[in-house]
Design a binder for this molecule. Structure first.
Ligand code: NA7
Length: 545
């Protein structure tokens, strides 16, 4: 389709982003008979899984739960090869869905949305694309991902480096050749910890620059068991119900017991069992108070530190790898041979707390203790989470107020359900800030949001309404509730991207709804049942004139 085909026509909806959420939003609305156009900066579908192609990239939610569940046909036609799928397989799945649902005909690739301004007189959105084209739509739906604005810290001299530089979240499509090279990786979050063991196998020498040591436990990946897949398919409705009603969007939950109720020996046994099973939740679900009670948290933290000490042969290196923050207050990490990698002769670890980076030089990195010569530099430095992607678009609501101004760059973050915000009628955010999103299996949260938004748009159509807008009291109460729940946990005591602490100048504040996807779904359904309580609904102002 030509870039400007939609220029003079009002679409029912413009969706930004062709990842999991944008694709399902398109499918759902199109199925209901709406005119929809998706704009996507990448050259193809995939979102997160299109951009994050770094070596070792893998999902930390078990594959059988990390797919669409809205269609039994899709579920039955796709078989995951292993417990935790790698990025290429997830991207193949996304392409399979795009083909199967014939989505690409309504997606315009290589197209950034640069601005979206609400037109109060016409109760619609004027949307500007990177090529200068304008599009008009009644609804503006941001399906832009929670972790899509990559963060490259502003190190002195960064432009001077003569070697190759990569960010894990903007990885090239071609294979990056590390063979024989001196490689530096900055960052030891999930991305760094997945990439480091693989890069180490190929590189001539790998230097890891670590600011905060991390808790990480084994992935224990294995080839999919056909019997488990058969049973999952046979019981999928019940499993899906459990996922919907759960805390994190998987059919499981924390054991109903405090870590402090067990003897140290029994706790050790329980932790060993969880560690052995591997995966994101096996350890964190052992007790129900690890994220809330300091003394309980210390027991699991010490268990993991002991594992690291046992794995890493050089005690000095092991010391540098000892995490001290509260376990689980950054996203727990699962790895394959991460700590073992530090036993390799071609790997060394630089502790940036002892020797901070002073500058990037033309030949490498200079810390306060000296210069490390590098051919290739990998930034595994994460993202400006949640608000970052929204602020990259000039989104303006009523009276021309921008989202960034309204939220004071994040200091005054106010949303209703993480889906809407006052002053911005007909703007919907899929897995936006203050929704469960990043604290959950994203697939469950995405499907719930898309279904809710589609129902809401349907309600407007059925009732001859033009616009829906969150009220100020509703968003005040929701934001307060999000903060109150977060304050009950240890999460607020740690500098993390959940708290906005990874981005220089970003206001500190918990970024999601931590009450669980089950409770969240109930709240959303309740609001719908009460005729969209907390929203104001507008008829067409044109009809009134
Ligand atoms: P993360 O989890 O934000 O990790 C980023 C890493 O980069 C982390 O170790 C940071 O240290 C480090 N970092 C960030 N800025 C700097 C500077 N300026 N200097 C040194 N080190 C720095 O991002 P990921 O991509 O690994 O994972 C994101 C999510 O994707 C993950 O949580 C999963 O949900 C999937 P810090 O800990 O901030 O001290």
């Amino acid at each position: 389709m030509a870039a400007n085909q939609n220029q003079n026509q009002e679409l029912d909806a413009v969706v930004v982003g062709a990842g999991f959420s944008g694709m399902y939003m398109l499918h759902k609305l199109r199925d209901l008979g709406y005119s929809v156009r998706v704009y996507e900066a990448g050259e193809d579908v995939g979102g997160t899984w299109y951009w994050n192609r770094y070596p070792g990239a893998r999902c930390d939610i078990e594959s059988i739960y990390y797919n669409y569940t809205f269609s039994e046909e899709l579920l039955n036609e796709w078989t995951w090869s292993s417990r935790y799928a790698e990025q290429p397989e997830i991207l193949r799945y996304i392409n399979f869905v795009a083909d199967r649902l014939d989505l690409r005909r309504d997606i315009q690739f290589k197209t950034k949305v640069t601005a979206a301004h609400y037109d109060e007189a016409n109760q619609n959105w004027k949307i500007q694309l990177g090529d200068g084209t304008n599009v008009t739509a009644k609804h503006f739906i941001a399906a832009i991902g929670c972790l899509s604005a990559s963060n490259i810290p502003n190190f002195n001299g960064i432009d001077r480096f003569k070697g190759e530089m990569y960010h894990t979240g903007r990885w090239p499509h071609e294979k990056v050749d590390f063979k024989g090279k001196r490689v530096g990786v900055i960052g030891t979050g999930s991305s760094g910890i997945q990439a480091i063991p693989i890069i180490a196998e190929e590189a001539g020498y790998l230097t890891v620059f670590q600011r905060t040591p991390q808790y990480s436990s084994p992935t224990e990946n294995y080839v999919s068991d056909p019997e488990t897949i058969r049973q999952t398919r046979a019981n999928y409705k019940e499993i899906r119900k459990q996922m919907y009603e759960s805390m994190h969007g998987v059919p499981d939950g924390p054991r109903d017991r405090s870590a402090l109720e067990d003897s140290p020996e029994e706790r050790q046994r329980i932790y060993e069992e969880g560690w052995g099973k591997g995966g994101l939740f096996s350890l964190s679900y052992t007790y129900n108070d690890l994220g809330i009670v300091e003394e309980a948290n210390k027991t699991v933290a010490e268990f993991i530190r002991a594992k690291i000490r046992k794995t890493v042969q050089d005690p000095e290196v092991a010391d540098k790898l000892m995490p001290t923050y509260y376990y689980g207050t950054k996203r727990p990490i699962i790895d394959t041979n991460y700590f073992e990698t530090y036993n390799r002769k071609n790997v060394s670890l630089v502790d940036l707390r002892a020797e901070p980076i002073e500058e990037i030089t033309s030949n490498g990195i200079r810390t306060s203790k000296g210069e490390y010569l590098l051919d290739t530099l990998v930034f595994a430095t994460g993202f400006d989470a949640m608000t970052g992607p929204l602020f990259k678009i000039d989104i303006r609501g009523k009276d021309g107020v921008s989202l960034k101004e309204k939220w004071a760059g994040g200091a005054n973050l106010k949303t209703y359900l993480g889906i809407a915000t006052a002053g911005f009628p007909n703007l919907f955010m899929i897995t936006g800030p203050q929704s469960p999103s990043v604290l959950s299996n994203m697939m469950v949260s995405i499907e719930q949001h898309v279904d809710w938004v589609a129902d809401c748009i349907g309600y407007l159509r059925e009732n001859n309404l033009e616009a829906i807008e969150a009220t100020v009291p509703a968003e005040e109460a929701w934001s307060q509730q999000c903060n109150d729940i977060a304050e009950m946990s240890l999460a607020v005591k740690t500098d993390s991207w959940y708290m906005g602490a990874n981005i220089e100048g970003k206001p500190r504040g918990f970024i999601a709804f931590a009450g669980g996807v089950g409770l969240y779904r109930q709240i959303c359904d309740d609001i719908t049942a009460k005729g969209y309580e907390g929203f104001s609904l507008e008829a067409s102002t044109k009809a009134l004139n």
